[in-house]
Design a protein around this ligand. Structure first.
Ligand SMILES: Cc1cc2nc3c(=O)[nH]c(=O)nc-3n(C[C@H](O)[C@H](O)[C@H](O)COP(=O)(O)OP(=O)(O)OC[C@H]3O[C@@H](n4cnc5c(N)ncnc54)[C@H](O)[C@@H]3O)c2cc1C
Ligand code: SF4
Length: 325
């Protein structure tokens, strides 16, 4: 690990004022410290956010407000989250491990870096880590990589489970920089890689993520997050689906569907949602709607199984959700 200056600002204003090029914010450190040890990230200054007042979960009439420093385990266990937005609790509880969730923050989870092995190995080329150096994953080991939203520069999946559930819920993030605050839809916060895969999010230099806003959605009580992975704990998604359904009798009125492990960003599927609307809540409807999920998918050499797995994950998630009604 390279030497760095360590500082503990006491206010958001102070943190933003001290930040700039070569600075990294530290929350739980479960991504940042790893990447500093690997010398993938080499900040000259680390600003510890843990004294900042970015805590708290509030459930008001217009939805949920979650402070960026809330720990993943605290949010997952909150009764208002568990009852009102089960897909959020389930996405968090299927992430990482118990110890990691006790340490890792909500803001850090949304800003974690990709888990592509080439990105984490500094001796190999990687357009995300070093723009213009190339992408070994495209013709290399790419079983875990993306099939949606890829480019000729990068095919890495977005790693966060929580982000998939939040995108399904139309969540927004509050950001704070030297020029003041702004609010951004989470689905617009993560750009497609295009030919600039090093740009992983819409955070400007020195800007802080201060809170997550989840709009009120009463029927999100009827939601579910299903994750398919190589082992049951401590593993990223090979495939996942966040689903919520509102029915009248046995007819689907509206739904939310997003998938993880498939896209270069958390991937909302409006075509699947449209295909479900007005249909009976049956396996046949789920299967027909899920077929539209794979439009535009571009499998790689080692992950040709992913489009079929995506369809099956969506159908299984909808069937499991139906059983909880
Ligand atoms: C073995 C292992 C397995 C894992 N499995 C999963 C999994 O299955 N699913 C999943 O979703 N995640 C998984 N993770 C990732 C884990 O959830 C993240 O490491 C964690 O959420 C990051 O949170 P943190 O608070 O520790 O962030 P940090 O490591 O402190 O920060 C991460 C990044 O975000 C920046 N940052 C942090 N907070 C802010 C803020 N408020 N504003 C601006 N920038 C900020 C930091 O500068 C850094 O670049 C796994 C991690 C490990 C090590
Ligand atoms: S897929 Fe993206 S992160 Fe992985 S090696 Fe290629 S450019 Fe780097």
């Amino acid at each position: 690990m390279r030497p760095y200056v360590f500082e503990r600002p006491g206010t958001v204003e102070d943190a933003v004022r001290r930040s700039g090029d070569g600075t990294a914010f530290l929350a739980g450190g479960t991504t940042l410290v790893d990447l500093m040890k690997l010398e993938v990230m080499t900040p000259g200054r680390v600003l510890d956010l843990n004294r900042l007042p970015l805590h708290g979960i509030e459930a008001a009439g217009d939805g949920l407000r979650i402070g960026a420093l809330e720990r993943m385990s605290e949010v997952a266990a909150d009764p208002r989250v568990r009852r009102g937005y089960p897909m959020l609790s389930q996405a968090l509880e299927s992430s990482a491990s118990g110890q990691l969730r006790n340490m890792a923050s909500i803001g850090g989870n949304l800003l974690q870096r990709t888990r592509c092995g080439y990105f984490r190995e500094v001796s190999t080329p990687c357009n995300k880590r070093q723009p213009g150096s190339g992408c070994l994953a495209i013709n290399g080991e790419n079983r875990m990589h993306a099939v949606l939203g890829t480019s000729d520069s990068c095919v890495a999946t977005h790693p966060s489970d929580l982000a998939v559930a939040l995108v399904a819920l139309d969540a927004k993030v509050r950001l704070r920089g030297r020029d003041g605050g702004r609010t951004v839809e989470l689905r617009d916060f993560y750009p497609l890689p295009g030919d600039t895969p090093h740009r992983e999010h819409d955070l400007r230099p020195g800007e802080l993520l201060t809170e997550v806003l989840v709009p009120r959605l009463d029927w999100a009580r009827h939601s579910l997050y299903l994750k398919v992975r190589d082992r049951q704990s401590y593993e990223f998604a090979l495939s996942s689906a966040a689903v919520a359904v509102r029915t009248a009798g046995n007819t689907i009125v509206e739904s939310r569907v997003a998938v993880g492990g498939m896209g270069t960003r958390p991937w909302r599927l409006p075509a699947v949602e449209r295909a479900l609307a007005g249909r009976p809540a049956t396996e046949a409807s789920y299967t027909a709607a899920a077929a539209t999920a794979v439009d535009g998918a571009r499998p790689l050499r080692h992950n040709a199984f992913k489009p079929a797995l995506m369809k099956r994950t969506i159908v299984r998630a909808l069937l499991e959700l139906e059983r909880t009604r």
